[in-house]
Write a protein that binds this ligand. Structure first.
Ligand code: SF4
Length: 219
């Protein structure tokens, strides 16, 4: 190879390498941009949620799991099919059908309900609690358990902020908001193991205060 050809080839290789590095750099930047892009984050949240509730081996559908989970986590004011419909973004008819199926399976039972006696309230049975041991969401719970306390708290704060902003943007469209006593303006601590709900004029045991509530109003 003549020296002029060598230098020509050398320049092409240099340009290709430099070009490759440039493209790599741009891809890296694009990837970083995409990673922190809001659309990408929203997509990731939906993807994680969908993947976490899918289980081909499960006897329950994802809607039935969602209902069972909801009734296990909701407080006494919220364990009603209509409230689940609102929480899950489905119709009352569909929610009632889901609840009926879970009752027939022995996972939910109708309880005496609220003091007004007008609303049907459902509790999770022992069998329902046992079924929740196989909840497909548990794998995500275990993944979250592996995060440090700091990261879990930071993630929880971010998700609560997103939830609050999303609720505020839906003001007037959605009249039911969900949350727990610790962030609710109606909550008063009345003792080391008890609280008071000014919305329902009811004394609360400590175990009730971290349950999901449909009467929640953000502080
Ligand atoms: S204090 Fe708020 S979150 Fe707690 S039970 Fe009352 S309304 Fe529900």
């Amino acid at each position: 190879m003549r020296s002029s050809e060598f230098f020509q080839n050398f320049n092409v290789v240099t340009i290709l390498l430099t070009g490759g590095q440039f493209v790599n750099l741009m891809l890296k930047r694009y990837y970083l941009f995409m990673t922190h892009n809001s659309e990408r984050i929203a997509d990731l949240l939906v993807h994680l949620a969908r993947r976490s509730v899918q289980s081909s081996a499960s006897e329950l559908t994802s809607a039935q799991w969602a209902a069972l989970r909801f009734f296990a986590h909701a407080n006494r004011f919220s364990r009603q099919p209509s409230v689940f419909a609102s929480y899950h973004g489905t119709t009352r008819g569909t929610a009632s059908q889901t609840v009926k199926t879970l009752v027939n399976m022995g996972y939910l039972e109708r309880s005496r309900g609220l003091s007004d006696g007008r609303s049907a309230v459902f509790d999770v049975t022992q069998s329902g609690m046992k079924a929740l041991d196989s909840d497909p969401l548990r794998s995500l719970v275990q993944t979250l358990d592996q995060l440090s306390q700091d990261k879990r708290e930071a993630l929880c704060d971010v998700l609560l902020t997103i939830n609050k902003q999303s609720e505020e943007s839906e003001m007037g469209l959605e009249d039911t908001h969900f949350g727990t006593c610790s962030n609710c303006k109606h909550f008063r601590q009345s003792g080391p193991n008890s609280g008071y709900c000014s919305q329902s004029s009811t004394a609360l045991d400590i175990f009730e205060t971290d349950k999901l509530c449909c009467r929640f109003s953000s502080v």
